[in-house]
Design a protein around this ligand. Sequence first.
Ligand code: NDP
Ligand code: HSE
Length: 405
Amino acid sequence: MINVAVLGYGTVGSGVYEVLVKNKESIAKRVGDEINVKYVLDLRDFPGDPVQEVLVHDFDTIVNDPEVDIVAEAMGGLEPAYTFAKKTLESGKSYCTSNKELVAKYGPELLELAKSKGKNFLFEASVGGGIPIIRPLNQSLTADELTEITGILNGTTNFILSKMAKEGSSFDAVLKEAQNLGYAERNPAADVEGYDACRKIAILSSLAYGCHVDFEDIYTEGITKITDIDFKYAKKLGLSIKLFGKSKKVDDKCYAMVAPFMIDSDNPLYSVNGVLNGILVKGDVIGDVMFYGAGAGKLPTASAVVADIVDEAKHLHTNIMTIWSNKKLALENLSTLKNKFFVRFDGSVDSKMSEVTKAFGDVKVVTVEGLDNEFAVITEVMTEAEFEAAAAKVNGVKSRIRVEA
Ligand code: NDP
Ligand code: HSE
């Protein structure tokens, strides 16, 4: 029998417990041994819930129990998660987590510690909820030089954007719905301001390029400035608006960013709606490969955590090698990165167009019936620096969204 402890009995932790109980037999067949949940740690009690039988409030009970082999964390936040992860690995147990904050900040250190102990630190659920993406990067795409990752990496914001586009719902109402469904972070600013997607693209890029991409170096823009009017233009243009986490390696240079993008229906990520996430990875051998599935939610995320528990149970005394060097990858300034831009202007087309053409050159003009005294254009492909310079020459720029070129 292999004993497991689950830290945190919230959305994800309760899902992990439920899956380990519900699929006990099939999981035992896959592992070749029974997985037993010996402890669940939480701050609260859960009267009437069977979990109460294994519930503890003191982490030391878990870390000091030599019968516990694997600790799965779903508490979130940096502390005490970091301390618990270190103590677990130092005590010779394996650790897995859905906590991207922890992984983005301490990934290389915890991987190194796990390796030195012949144990494992796994984090499949930290990116893309239930979608297998960490394991494929580590184990399946190893023949390739990976050059580019573009992902819809946050379920909450994709849920919000999809509902705003399809149903014209208000931002605040859909955010509330996402929170009720258990998709959002405890502080939803992490979702809507793009910080969660930023940590996820940092994790994926670090694994893909083999160096440490520091999330604090990544340019990050969320979805709070996207309005119902942007969706009116997008509908007219046949485009959808998605929050992308992107990174790209060009020779020795690496670019990374999080920002809303307008994309057309030829883009494979166009139809990724609701809480679903989609991740496109480009390799020099495989070409494009796409990963798609539920990016948040209790059971999909629990599926990924339990898969890590199974992997750790199958490798109780063997470290699964993960390449994520401590060496920091310096990110390039975005000023030379090229895109088209969707730009909204105050004023009428007649009164403004000569000024706009002078600054931006050839542009495609868009107007929407009922939107008086404003219009929009889509520029030709230009660098970020060229865009900033052109925008500074025109009065009345209301907003801009990048358009995937
Ligand atoms: P929840 O807030 O629903 O659950 C966290 C649980 O951990 C709560 O029950 C909380 O108790 C408990 N907890 C917090 N601190 C401690 C502590 N010091 N000791 C014991 N228990 C503690 O969060 P989620 O389940 O949604 O998320 C957990 C992690 O998984 C986060 O890192 C999140 O980013 C990540 N994740 C979440 C996904 C989702 O869809 N929800 C998907 C993928 C990853 P209390 O409520 O009393 O504070
Ligand atoms: N809040 C996150 C999201 C949870 O909405 O994607 C999954 O990481």
